[in-house]
Design a protein around this ligand. Sequence first.
Ligand code: IMP
Ligand code: MG
Length: 169
Amino acid sequence: MNTLISADDIQQRVRELAQEIRGDHPDGVHLVCVLKGATIFLADLVRAVPLPCTFDFLAVSSYAAGTTTTGEVRLLKDLDTALDGRHVVIVEDIVDTGLTLSYLQEILKARGPKALRTACLLSKPSRRKVDVPVEYVGFTIEDRFVVGYGLDYAGQYRNLPYVGYLDGE
Ligand code: IMP
Ligand code: MG
């Protein structure tokens, strides 16, 4: 495995993102974590955000077991609690084509949150198919399939503390 972003660099950047989120949400925030890739990011983010904070989970599927997208987004698990009147931040691992995120923003906006913003650890802008707003971006990376810090290849490598890429990728 090759390292793209070290564990220390991730931790430093997560603390910065937490401060940005605090600046925009003085009264507290409700985080919506996209399973499973964003769980590690969420766990570090909530401990760095010095705010009243709640969180919930949803799951979507847009990918088969490998690395290519089908372009089809499905909601596999919905949230447990309502969003109306809340200051919501979607927490996602990576924006690639943007299809997953634009679908999520659309269905969550319809639930009447007071504010809806998005935090992504990683962004691959060169892969974008739809223009989607992301207020908090950890790192912008080139077009390369990455794993670690929550991101997987066929379910593996989520537990790496850094972001890396496989040989040949
Ligand atoms: P999008 O809908 O194309 O933006 O894809 C977003 C989802 O694809 C992310 O939430 C990831 O689960 C997955 N994904 C995209 N690129 C990568 C990658 O480089 N490594 C692992 N998962 C990825
Ligand atoms: Mg994901």
